[in-house]
Write a protein that binds this ligand. Sequence first.
Ligand code: BG6
Length: 517
Amino acid sequence: MKIDDQLEPTVFIIFGGAGDLTWRKLVPALFDLSQDRSMPANFSVIAVDHIDLSDEKLRRRLHDGVKKFSRKGMVKNSQWDEFAGHIHYQQGDFNKLHTYMAMGEQCTKMEKQWGTKVHRIFYMATTPSMFGEIAEHLGKAGLAKDQKLARIVVEKPIGYDLESATALNTALAANFDESQIFRIDHYLGKETVQNILAFRFANPLFEPIWNRRYVDCVTITAAETVGVEYRGSYYDHAGALRDMVQNHLMQLLCLVAMEPMVSFDANEIRNKKVDVLHAVRPIHHDEVYQCAVRGQYGRASASNKILGYREEDGVAPNSNTETFAALRLFVDNWRWQGVPFYLRTGKRLTWQVSEVCIQFRAVPHQSFPFEASLGWQPSRLVMSIQPDEGIVLSFQAKYPGPKMQLWPVDMRFNYRESFAISSPDAYETLLWDVMKNDSTLFMRVDQVEAAWRLLMPVLEMWKATPSNDFPNYASGTWGPEATQGLLVQKEHCWPLPTELKQSSHNVLSTVASKKTK
Ligand code: BG6
């Protein structure tokens, strides 16, 4: 196995080691890192869970996960066998101190074997209700106290609302220093999300126009075609606002709106991100229905085989949970005063697409003849997070011919075409960063709580006034009609991704339709 010489000997202890996240994401990511020379020479993965399993049985199960989810595609048995030798199973009850004492003994054994101190990464891949208790037991067992060597990784959701998030953060802080706590939002591990900082701050071209003088509105979309899949019972207690907006969309908002960082220091970047959340204009309870729209998907048609949300496994037949959420926010600072930020996310929408669209203002004076500019469209910069990874800049050009006619065209950057290597999965990046003790891509306590604070009035109002029109959008559409009502100007729109994917704009038909008016 190839190794990363800079990484120190590490033991990963995964709580929930027999669970879905370990199988689907964590072990495939660790395996891929090992194949890319990005694991330490000495490492061990201890999967802890309550069920009765042998090392062999667990390894077989994890092998299956790696075959399905590894970025490397075909996995040779020899590669797997070498990696699998590092994996061990420990049966244990998370509520009992002796489970943790046994882990401590395992770590001491490794230290003796490797002749050096080991880094201990405690990964919470259990149900969120266990996070606080596990942290407390780790503290009691003395496993948390070495601030250099011990780290805890906590998966989202961090709490269910502001109160529970604060309670969890307090439980974590009672046993770990903030520098030891790594709160995962997997969006931050995506290459295209990290590229927002590179694009904005490594190029002198865009930053001067990245403000209210030139930007008309910003739209942040995370649209999925899938429904709630096998997670109905979790989702029905969460909903789109908690599941996607509080974390992933808020992270994107911070990266797009933050001020330039002075250095690439983790806290410097996180300070700048928190500043954005502090500047977001609070939504008061009586403004919720002007600033936020919720939706829930039904069948595409009565005879369609794809189930409506209320028919999904684990979902209450009269559920009031939203599977779509759209918000209009304003960032009250010098840079962004008056620029609307539209956020939307939903399940069972028309296409899968996550993107940030910056729409620029019109020129201050239109000097072209009226006829020439009939096809005019606002200039837009679209940072496409997934599935197409890249950036598209749409602007006006002269259409070839004797007449002056403006025509929107695109300039594109595509990750796949520009770089001959595949992007790592977000979990690979994040796990590597935890091993390196780099918390830049992780959520700090104040950021998590600031995001909850902003959304609480919306959550409270939606809870207090159940929707009387759910389901209010059909699967395969762009969500409820009412979303249009959030747009403050007629020139603003929720961009439709296919328009951006097409290599040319359908201007002639636009011109034609305008001419006939
Ligand atoms: C998760 C949500 O955090 O993100 C899921 O819980 C959602 O509901 C998923 O489907 C989307 O992530 P990705 O990386 O598949 O876009």
